[in-house]
Design a protein around this ligand. Structure first.
Ligand code: SAM
Length: 276
């Protein structure tokens, strides 16, 4: 490439990606905070804000790694559920049979429990994720599945929401991953992708370049003892299609109403589309 890094042949890419995340798994969360100065948390919060999932929703979080998106999803729906329950309870003065049946809907009318499935190709990342879930006391509504975004181990029409956060650029055949997303979503389901993208403002772009090429590999070496993995990271960000091109790819895969939102001046973009 014109940055002077070696170009990884396509057949090598999957192996390379596996090694990178195997190497960094234990330090992955610390590194995310260090490299983004904590801002990755805000980008992920924004994803949930735009998603606004309701109790009962089923999420598939592909390339879910150590679980950040799924943890936020479960928190969000639980908060929604509590709010709805409180609101229903607060509006009741003298309970009537109607109120009671509203508050305690029949079994079949109650929303199903929300569920999140974290799917990742890398066992080490999932292992760290499970440890985090245990530490947080998350005991239900969450499962961990080893699987490839290009060949998901799920039946058709299973999920309300498909997310992939900072994962799609690691996939060798992005079009194949998009096809799989479409397949496993229920009709009406939503595809949401958070990914590094193209900074539009030229001043911000040059600052961002300097930071990426001069600071990130150094942080990788100092914190994780791994310069190369973080050099790969920067390189893969630069190679990934920009906002408009990626939007076109999602449309080509068959999604409807595709749109995107830029965060932090385009450092990150959130793309969204629906399966009809
Ligand atoms: N989504 C998490 C987050 O936002 O913190 C983790 C993102 S991490 C940068 C990228 C993840 O993509 C890694 O855990 C890696 O193992 C996973 N990955 C790479 N290629 C994949 C593939 N083909 N299928 C599924 N996961 C993949």
């Amino acid at each position: 490439t014109h940055f002077g890094f070696e170009t990884v042949p396509e057949a090598e890419k999957a192996k390379r990606v596996y090694k990178v995340f195997e190497n960094v798994a234990q330090k992955y969360d610390v590194m995310n905070d260090a490299m983004s100065l904590g801002v990755h948390r805000l980008w992920k919060d924004m994803l949930l804000h735009v998603m606004h999932p309701q109790p009962g929703a089923r999420l598939l979080d592909v390339a879910g790694g150590t679980g950040d998106i799924s943890f936020r999803f479960l928190n969000y729906v639980r908060y929604q559920q509590e709010r709805q329950t409180r609101r229903a309870a607060g509006s009741v003065q003298t309970p009537s049979w109607q109120d009671i049946s509203d508050k305690y809907p029949a079994e079949e009318d109650r929303p199903q429990e929300s569920r999140a499935v974290v799917c990742d190709i890398n066992k080490e990342m999932l292992k760290v994720g499970k440890q985090r879930a245990d530490a947080m006391g998350i005991t239900s509504g969450l499962s961990w599945v080893v699987g490839d975004a290009e060949e998901l181990p799920f039946d058709d029409d299973q999920f309300d929401i498909y997310t992939v956060a900072f994962g799609i650029r690691n996939v060798t055949h992005v079009d194949q991953a998009l096809q799989e997303a479409l397949r496993v979503l229920k009709p009406g389901g939503r595809f949401m992708c958070l990914e590094f993208s193209k900074v539009t403002n030229p001043i911000l772009a040059s600052l961002y370049d300097a930071y990426s090429f001069q600071v990130i590999p150094v942080l990788g070496e100092v914190i994780a003892g791994d310069w190369k993995s973080y050099q790969y990271l920067v390189e893969s960000i630069r190679k990934f299609p920009d906002q408009e091109e990626f939007k076109g790819m999602i449309e080509d895969a068959g999604f409807c109403c595709v749109q995107y939102f830029n965060f932090t001046g385009g450092v990150v973009a959130l793309h969204s589309g629906f399966k009809l």
